[in-house]
Design a protein around this ligand. Structure first.
Ligand SMILES: Cc1cn([C@H]2C[C@H](O)[C@@H](COP(=O)(O)OP(=O)(O)O[C@H]3O[C@@H](C)C(=O)[C@@H](O)[C@H]3O)O2)c(=O)[nH]c1=O
Length: 188
């Protein structure tokens, strides 16, 4: 059964899966609907996808804006990443706060992000594989980002490999957020 730990961002949870090892390798369960329902987390996933990244790549910080906004869960299936989340919800006690979590296949750790948070990571090893579930389908016109180096986070890289899109995002301080914090539905 998966354990979860709340983080300093309301509605954002560390998902600690059990990594069961035997002589063949490992087995790790990343989603269990009854457990998510018990925790009040969303289970209405609409898309799943994965990416691989070379060591030193930064992707982010990404989110979809309303009405295409979504909750997201992520696991690292190969390699290792430092995964980063920023709270973009006006009125949140953690508004503007950035947190980082080391995710790898070995540590079995994932992250659940409520709508209104931006997500990104730096790949700490070659061929880091990130696996996602999101609660709305890709909407290119609402697929937005803020600059990775404009958030209050001490990245362990200075000049990472970035996509052209990620190099052109607005800075957090110049960004007018479309998200507002709802204390009743923090995880939604
Ligand atoms: C995210 C996404 C991208 N694409 C396409 C667009 C582009 O041609 C190619 C790569 O897109 P990107 O450069 O946006 O891929 P990437 O930078 O890996 O985007 C991901 O970054 C991390 C940090 C997240 O949190 C994810 O939700 C997602 O936004 O895939 C889709 O077709 N569907 C999708 O859902």
């Amino acid at each position: 059964m998966m354990d979860t730990e709340p983080t300093d961002i309301p509605g954002c949870y560390v998902l600690q899966a059990k990594v069961l090892g035997d002589p063949r390798g490992t087995f790790t369960k990343t989603f269990h609907m009854p457990r998510f329902e018990e925790l009040g987390l969303r289970t209405d996933w609409r898309e799943e996808y994965f990416s691989t990244s070379a060591k030193g790549v930064v992707r982010g910080m990404h989110f979809q804006s309303p009405p295409a906004d979504h909750a997201k869960m992520v696991f690292c299936l190969t390699g290792e990443v430092l995964d980063v989340v920023v709270d973009l919800r006006r009125g949140s006690p953690a508004f503007g706060k950035a947190l980082g979590f080391t995710l790898s296949a070995e540590n079995g750790r994932g992250l659940y992000l409520p709508t209104g948070c931006a997500h990104g990571f730096v790949s700490m090893r070659d061929a880091s594989g990130m696996y996602y579930k999101v609660t709305s389908v890709h909407a290119p016109d609402h697929d937005l980002g803020i600059a990775w180096d404009s958030i209050d986070f001490d990245w362990p890289v200075r000049a990472p490999a970035l996509s052209a899109r990620d190099a052109a995002h607005p800075r957090l301080s110049d960004f007018t957020t479309p998200f507002a914090f709802d204390p009743e539905g923090a995880a939604l």
